[in-house]
Design a protein around this ligand. Sequence first.
Ligand SMILES: Nc1ncnc2c1ncn2[C@@H]1O[C@H](COP(=O)(O)OP(=O)(O)OP(=O)(O)O)[C@@H](O)[C@H]1O
Ligand SMILES: [Mg+2]
Length: 223
Amino acid sequence: MTIVLDARDLERRHALEGSEVTALRGVSLQVEEGEYVAIVGPSGSGKSTLLTLLGGLDLPSSGSVAILGASLSALPDRALTRLRLERIGFVFQRFHLLPVLTARENVELPMAEMGVAPDARRARAAELLAYVGLADRSGHRPTQLSGGEMQRVAIARALANRPAILLADEPTGELDAATGREILALFRRLHADGTTLVVVTHDERVTSEASRVVRMLDGRIVD
Ligand SMILES: Nc1ncnc2c1ncn2[C@@H]1O[C@H](COP(=O)(O)OP(=O)(O)OP(=O)(O)O)[C@@H](O)[C@H]1O
Ligand SMILES: [Mg+2]
C-alpha cells in the first residue's frame, strides 16, 4: 500500500504575549492511498492546527510532514508552494473563493498557477464543475451561488491539479443539514472514485462514512 501522507511527531507552539500556547503535542499520522480519514475532537483540541500542517499551510515547531515521500519542511518557500499546488487540495469551512472570479475561473486558478494552457484548464474546469453537479453555474460569481454550491466549486478547485490528497476543515460547518448531506455525498463519491481524503469535522455523519476515525484531545491523538 502506498503511504500518501506521513506526519511524524508534530508539535506546534505559538508564542503569545510572553507565554506559549501548545496547539499540538506530538502527533503522528500516516494515511494510505484511497483512505477516508475523519479527524474529530472537541474545540481547541488541535484539529485545524494539524490539518494546516498536513497541508503545508503552516510549518511545525518540530516534527515532519511528507506527501508521497517529499518532505514539506525541507523545502524553500517556492518549492513548497509548488508541491502544495501539485499534490494537496485544501477545502475550507468558509469556501475561500475569489469573489471577482466566476466559478470556472476559480477552478482554473490553481491550474493557471501551474502553467496549464488556457484551453486545457478550461476543459478541465468544465469537467470538474460537471463532476460536482454545477455544469450550469460555471459563469456565476460566488455571490450568485448558494453556500452548498460555493463549497462544491471549492471542492472542484481543490481537485484541479489532481492532488494526491484532499484535506478539508469542517467542510459542512457553514451549511444547513440538507446541504451538508449533499457535500458529504460528494465526498463519498470522491472516496469511491479513489481520492484520498482527510476531513476534520464535528459531524457524526462523516465519522460513520469514513474508513478511519482519528480522535484528538488536548493536542494529541487519542484512541
Ligand atoms: N495562532 C495561534 N496563536 C495562539 N494560539 C493558537 C493559534 N492557533 C491556534 N491556537 C490554539 O491552539 C489550540 C488548537 O487550536 P485549533 O484551531 O487547532 O483547534 P480545533 O480543534 O480546530 O478547534 P475548533 O473545533 O474550535 O475549530 C487552541 O487552544 C487555540 O487557541
Ligand atoms: Mg478548527
